[in-house]
Design a protein around this ligand. Structure first.
Ligand code: MLT
Length: 251
């Protein structure tokens, strides 16, 4: 490992990186990981609801619409953005997926042309291993909330940095090269995350909104650490960024 950077707020310019781990722990990237964990076939991240509705007309009705605005499924959508729902009944499913912050974050990193993985607490160790396999400069991009940094994503970034250090730090690499984003994420993780990850995430603004929607159980689900080895990678299909099931990948 040569360098890690953490982009804590989605408006920041991107540092150079060979590989990106994109984090929207509440809930988009957790939902994507759960979807493939549950046997989902393909998922394409999209910026807008209108784009998803249009694309379904072209790609066909085997593609279902999923995502959220304000935490709830947009009108006419088949599924919301609950990772618990994604884990069950997804076998063979194809999704056109749009969320408020998460899908935008994925597409922003995809535009760099470097590999982009969906990362969250549930696949933290596996995502760290996969990133280390892919490149020497690893970027962690926090989706945040409405253009601002978010406590929940920053804590998850701290967990991912921890896992990168555990999995990739060889004795000769002790002088890790990193930016302040890494130092801040690690400090948060050490102070708040290590012993009480769920409680700290549950204090975030976005957690409050999910609670008001009666989605407390989603927060718990998102805070389960190292539950799966599934690390979805964005590929390209019909000129668009698309995740396909990791076990179907050629690499
Ligand atoms: C987002 O992308 O903004 C989130 O995943 C919203 C949500 O909790 O569904």
């Amino acid at each position: 490992m040569e360098r890690i950077d953490v982009v804590l707020s989605p408006g920041e310019p991107l540092p150079p990186a060979d590989v990106w781990l994109v984090v929207d722990i509440l809930r988009a990237t957790t939902s994507i990981v759960a979807f493939f964990d549950g046997g989902g076939a393909s998922l394409t991240p999209l910026r807008t609801v209108e784009e998803a509705l249009e694309l379904r007309k072209t790609w066909g009705h085997q593609w279902l619409l999923a995502g959220e605005r304000g935490g709830v499924p947009p009108d006419g959508f088949h599924r919301g953005n609950s990772p618990r729902e994604m884990l069950s009944g997804s076998t063979g499913m194809r999704l056109l997926f749009t969320t408020t912050n998460g899908t935008e974050a994925l597409l922003r990193c995809a535009a760099t042309g470097h590999p982009v993985y969906a990362a969250c607490a549930r696949n933290a160790r596996a995502a760290a291993k996969e990133a280390l396999r892919r490149g020497k400069r690893i970027g962690i991009f926090c989706a945040g909330r409405h253009g601002r940094s978010a406590l929940d994503d920053a804590l998850c970034a701290g967990l991912l940095v921890r896992r990168l250090l555990e999995e990739g730090m060889h004795p000769e690499e002790r002088a890790l090269s990193c930016g302040d984003g890494v130092r801040m994420a690690l400090a948060l993780w050490r102070n708040l995350g290590e012993d009480r990850f769920h409680d700290a995430v549950a204090e975030a603004d976005h957690a409050e909104i999910l609670r008001r929607l009666g989605l407390e159980e989603d927060i718990r689900f998102c805070c389960d650490i190292d539950r799966t080895d599934i690390v979805p990678l964005l590929g390209v299909w019909k000129d668009r960024p698309v995740f396909s099931h990791p076990r179907e990948r050629a690499d």
